[in-house]
Design a protein around this ligand. Sequence first.
Ligand code: SF4
Ligand code: SF4
Length: 374
Amino acid sequence: MRPNGTLRKMMAKDWKGFATGLYDYNILKHIKALPPKQLQINITYRCNSRCDMCNIWQMDTKGEMTLEQWAEVMQDPLFETIEKLTVAGGEPTIHPQILELITLFMERMPRLQSLTLITNGFLPKRILSQSASIAKMCRQRDINLSISVSIDGLDEMHESVRHIPNAFAKSRETLLALKDLQQTYGFWLGVGTVVYRKNLYHVRDVRDWCAKHDIPCTLQVVGFHDSYVANTGQQAELDFTEEDKAYLYGLMEELAADRSLGNVMAYYWNDMIQMYRDGGARTTPCPFATDAFVLDSFGDVYYCLSERKIGNCLDGQTVGEVYYAPENQDFRRWMTRHSCLGCNSACFVHTGLKKDLKKYAWFALTGKLGRAGV
Ligand code: SF4
Ligand code: SF4
């Protein structure tokens, strides 16, 4: 098996990360709570989309933190170990002070190596201008930038998922403009697609369109959660029928088939097949169970968005006090024995697999997944 380009880049840049990750994920995490290395910040829950599979757009966003409150919260030394940051929402580009917030985050995270922005792409001019500014800031600080635009189908299908007129035209305009901008700044640009009953048979169209434009497309099969997307009440209409499942497994098998060395997501898709089709437990490592967390615009802190919040940093506790609270650490351990085993989240999985290199190396050599557990 020859290393592909991705692996060569990973090996050149991340060898130190592999070594510390291997130690952190296989030894240290069993001894003590690890300081966070990855963070998702939902800077606002305001959203200009009306997606079928998510109810965030219906949230009351009164009481979201001001810039001054963010600055206060970010005084916590907990942020000093963060290496990877995802800025999400809601729709983060709606936030009128997104650039000030990202500047603040960069100042408070001196070890930051990569920043990911997730957007629905519905405001092309605004997003392009913000992205150019963020790309400049990242270049000045030697931070790798990734931008992911959500597209769930072509033309009417995207509109039908998002319930926004001309949804696909808007997202496409943003994506293609960002592709031009990419020539100047060299950031990573991709498409993210949520797969559920309505768009299942249209996902290949999105992947073909992305391939035609040389843009990577990543899939996330719909999950059902009481927190964040709060969509458990819609499971009956969003989830796959028995007939759909055969098609879904076929799609997963295609994604699982590319076992070229360095394509760590092959591990995840093989894992999803054994979970969905065979009823097995998740084996894919998840940073949210180990050294990642989520902070949102109300000051709520989560280990991950598939589970309940663990506290609030405007209630007299710092984020660090919430993160390290013994009862919360107990809850995290409980998660790894319960909710994680049935969880399909692909968030940060790429990093988790690189850090838990033992599992991935065994898979790359033998095609076999590791033991159940994240
Ligand atoms: S999935 Fe994203 S874009 Fe859609 S409603 Fe939820 S937050 Fe908004
Ligand atoms: S596997 Fe799922 S439930 Fe467990 S920490 Fe990760 S995102 Fe949360």
